[in-house]
Write a protein that binds this ligand. Structure first.
Ligand code: SF4
Length: 389
């Protein structure tokens, strides 16, 4: 388990080897994609400053992505199902300790979920829906399976697609049942790899309060047979270079010990949320630092798709998507029933870039949109996840 090797990796990332600017430029130019030595560049002089090192990384990142994904992004849309939460993450509007007027506790019933999903499929053209749950104690395995099946069936009646999950860390048997129900991908952000900081920020009553339980969830997903899994940190919670250095080590560890690793990279940056106790920190990277970091990750793991979200401006999303090979969010609300029930409120501030309009803008920037990436599911799993009828 990675949790057993955690201390050794944590110590290693605390003392990065010093190296010169010339050495950094040589490494950036000459190391082949996938070479883990590239991870050292996070701590290189000039990294994230908009200089020569960044230019090399951004250009090479675009090149490797374009070669693999042909300047195409995969459209995905979040569907919030619940804002009822047992946890108390200090940076979140939905934390259980928030009793303020800015939060509404809602849980969609199946009919409401059907309505939201139908709208996104039929009116907006999405074929990949990500079901998002807070840590709602009433929404675990069986209830989630029913909803995954419901959305999967709607998609199958409209030409197919993929269903994803963003929820609390689950048990292996729950992930297996979800896969059987037609789940294509599961994302879970570790938030931060700094254990002390993690514990301060997550004082809730549920499983998220356990740093180790969350850290081991990726192994449980893989053991259950899921192959499209997302990993990442909420950048800005802790010193970001160390968080990303640990993230890279975790991904490499999964590949070495589990035979598979993450295929999706979460790239949320901390945003001030109403009802949060932590709104900002001194640990937020600038746009340039963030772009350089994602580009470096693209070089390290070219096949892993960053999950570009509307936490960022549309211009920033386009920059992050250069070369393609990422998940891309257009329409977005972060309240259950935000699309068709017109429920007000949100988990954190985000944009919403209406798909028919903004996919054209994306095309003007040289990026095509893949609306139905069920083919990707077949590539990863070796077969369709739709049970033969
Ligand atoms: S981040 Fe997720 S688990 Fe934590 S309080 Fe917010 S909704 Fe709940």
């Amino acid at each position: 388990m990675f949790s057993r090797d955690y201390n050794q990796h944590w110590l290693a990332t605390g003392a990065p080897e010093p190296f010169s600017e010339d050495e950094a430029l040589r490494l950036a130019q000459e190391s082949p994609p996938g070479d883990l030595a590239l991870a050292r560049l996070l701590f290189a002089p000039g990294f994230g400053t908009g200089g020569e090192l960044d230019s090399i990384l951004l250009a090479r990142s675009e090149q490797v992505k374009a070669a693999l994904f042909h300047r195409t992004v995969q459209a995905v849309v979040p569907v919030y199902v619940s804002s009822i939460c047992n946890e108390d993450c200090l940076y979140c509007n939905y934390r259980s300790g928030n009793q303020g007027a800015a939060v509404r506790r809602l849980r969609l019933n199946d009919e409401e979920l059907r309505q939201e999903a139908q709208f996104l499929i039929q009116e907006k053209g999405f074929h990949c829906l990500e079901l998002v749950y807070a840590s709602d104690p009433a929404m675990r395995g069986a209830a989630m399976c029913r909803q995954v099946e419901l959305v999967r069936n709607l998609l199958e009646r409209s030409g197919g697609g993929a269903v994803g999950l963003s929820a609390q860390a689950l048990e292996e048997h729950e992930y297996r049942s979800l896969l059987d129900a037609g789940l294509s991908f599961s994302v879970l952000w570790q938030e931060t790899y700094d254990r002390t900081r993690y514990q301060q920020l997550h004082p809730g009553r549920g499983p998220k309060a356990s740093f180790e339980y969350r850290l081991e969830a990726y192994e449980r997903m893989l053991a259950a047979g899921l192959r499209d899994i997302g990993i990442g940190v909420l950048t800005g919670l802790s010193p970001w270079k160390r968080d990303w250095a640990m993230l890279i080590r975790h991904e490499a560890w999964l590949r070495q010990h589990c035979g598979h690793s993450a295929t999706i990279l979460g790239i949320p940056r901390l945003k001030p949320a109403p009802g949060a106790l932590v709104h900002s920190t001194p640990f937020l990277p600038s746009n340039q630092e963030f772009l350089a970091t994602v580009a470096l990750h693209n070089l390290l793991f070219p096949e892993v798709r960053p999950f570009v979200s509307t936490r960022e401006s549309f211009e920033m999303c386009v920059q992050l998507a250069r070369g393609g090979g990422c998940l891309f969010t257009f329409n977005c609300t972060t309240i259950p029933g935000g699309y068709t029930l017109h429920n007000p409120g949100y988990q954190f501030p985000s944009g919403s870039y209406d798909a028919p309009v903004y996919s054209r803008k994306l095309a003007e920037a040289g990026l095509a949109t893949d609306w139905n990436w069920a083919w990707y599911e077949e590539k990863l799993y070796g077969h369709s996840l739709v049970p033969a009828s």
